[in-house]
Design a protein around this ligand. Structure first.
Ligand code: TA6
Length: 354
């Protein structure tokens, strides 16, 4: 056992950092380095410990004398881990499990990276900023709540993606993080309800599972729409095929005026011009991105997700249109949630690298 202790970590009462010198390849993640680089001598002292996970807050890591360790390079292997990094302008949680890693920002409870064996499956826009100079994150998996799309009172795609969610250390565990958002005086001005959203992200070895739960804590019904406005990293938008249970669904081209639904007659979608399309009531179900350059991604949506929105600003180089596509799991219709009730939806990602 190493000499590290975790200070002031709610729900993590024991010194839960176990390290082991190992012949296995080191994990490449920055967070593993933060822990693993902590102290070469402490690591060697901990070499007898079995490989184990950890849940930690990097800011609170100290050695036995209470000194924050310097960074240095060493090789450490572990099975799964979760760490909150609070160094930068926006805090984020790093998850690792086997050769998979993921990053979740507290701003918007926003997944910005999911890699398996070094292959990235989450798309980020070229104009994305993670330094706090933009209100939200352009790319990744934005959570749109309590409104999907534009509106008159609430901002486009809702306020949840513009807010800092709380990391629940006591509900998180190795490879798992749970983030929470509740109402504020500001949210009540535009959406007068007490609520709790919980977003759970679980990194398995080779899979990322998410679940979003919305609880109505008000004394009356609340109404919302919701979506995961997910950006996926693709090798080349022109070569991508999106497959799913689309044949026979009602498609709406949202760029048409007026946007009139019509029956879609195939199971494949390809993109070769500006696309903003909604495929109604095709979820729960699985949509597959077939990317000849990198493999395939299964997007398995369950629970309350009903519709798929496909968006790509084709031709817009400023946002890097060629290397991302939005294939979004959405509930576009208004959900009416009674007082004390909860609504839940899941989206699991299963990639297969080429
Ligand atoms: O979900 C599709 C869409 O609403 C498009 O109509 C387009 O406005 C896009 O999202 C904007 O995405 P952004 O991440 O910039 O909010």
């Amino acid at each position: 056992m190493s000499a590290f202790v975790l200070e002031n970590v709610p729900g993590v009462s024991s010194a839960g950092v176990k390290l082991q010198a190992s012949s296995q390849a080191p994990c490449n993640s920055a967070t593993s380095m933060r822990i693993s680089e902590a102290s070469r001598s402490s690591l060697l002292a901990g070499a007898a410990a079995a490989v184990a996970g950890w849940v930690g807050r990097s800011r609170n890591v100290r050695d036995a004398k209470g000194v924050r360790p310097a960074r240095a390079v060493t090789a450490v292997a572990r099975h799964a881990g979760t760490e909150l990094d609070e160094y930068g302008p926006w805090s984020f949680v790093k998850l690792v499990n086997g050769d998979s890693e993921a990053t979740v920002y507290l701003r918007g409870a926003h997944v910005t990276s999911f890699k398996v064996a070094g292959v990235e499956w989450i798309g980020m826009r070229a104009d994305c900023k993670l330094d706090g100079t933009k209100q939200n994150i352009s790319g990744g998996i934005p959570i749109c709540f309590p409104q999907f799309g534009p509106g008159e009172v609430i901002v486009q795609h809702g306020f949840a993606r513009n807010m800092d969610w709380k990391f629940l250390a006591e509900e998180s565990s190795d490879g798992v993080c749970v983030l929470e958002l509740t109402e504020t005086e500001e949210t009540k001005k535009v959406w007068p309800h007490e609520f709790r959203c919980k977003f759970k992200v679980e990194l398995k070895d080779g899979e990322l599972d998410t679940s979003l739960k919305v609880e109505n804590l008000s004394k009356s019904d609340c109404e919302f729409s919701c979506g995961l406005h997910s950006y996926w990293n693709v090798s080349d938008i022109d070569a991508l095929i999106v497959k799913g249970d689309f044949n026979g669904c009602m498609k709406t081209d949202r760029t048409a005026d007026p946007p009139t639904p019509f029956e879609y007659k195939q199971d494949e979608i390809t993109i070769n011009s500006f696309a903003d399309e909604m495929y109604g009531k095709v979820l729960p179900g699985t949509v597959v991105l077939e990317d000849p350059g990198k493999g395939e991604l299964q997007i398995k949506s369950g629970g309350g997700w009903k519709d798929v929105v496909v968006w790509n600003p084709y031709g817009d180089d400023k946002v890097g249109y060629k290397t991302f596509v939005c294939v979004e799991s959405v509930e576009t219709e208004t959900v009416s949630l009674a007082a004390g009730k909860a609504w839940e939806a899941t989206m699991d990602l299963v990639p297969r690298n080429k």
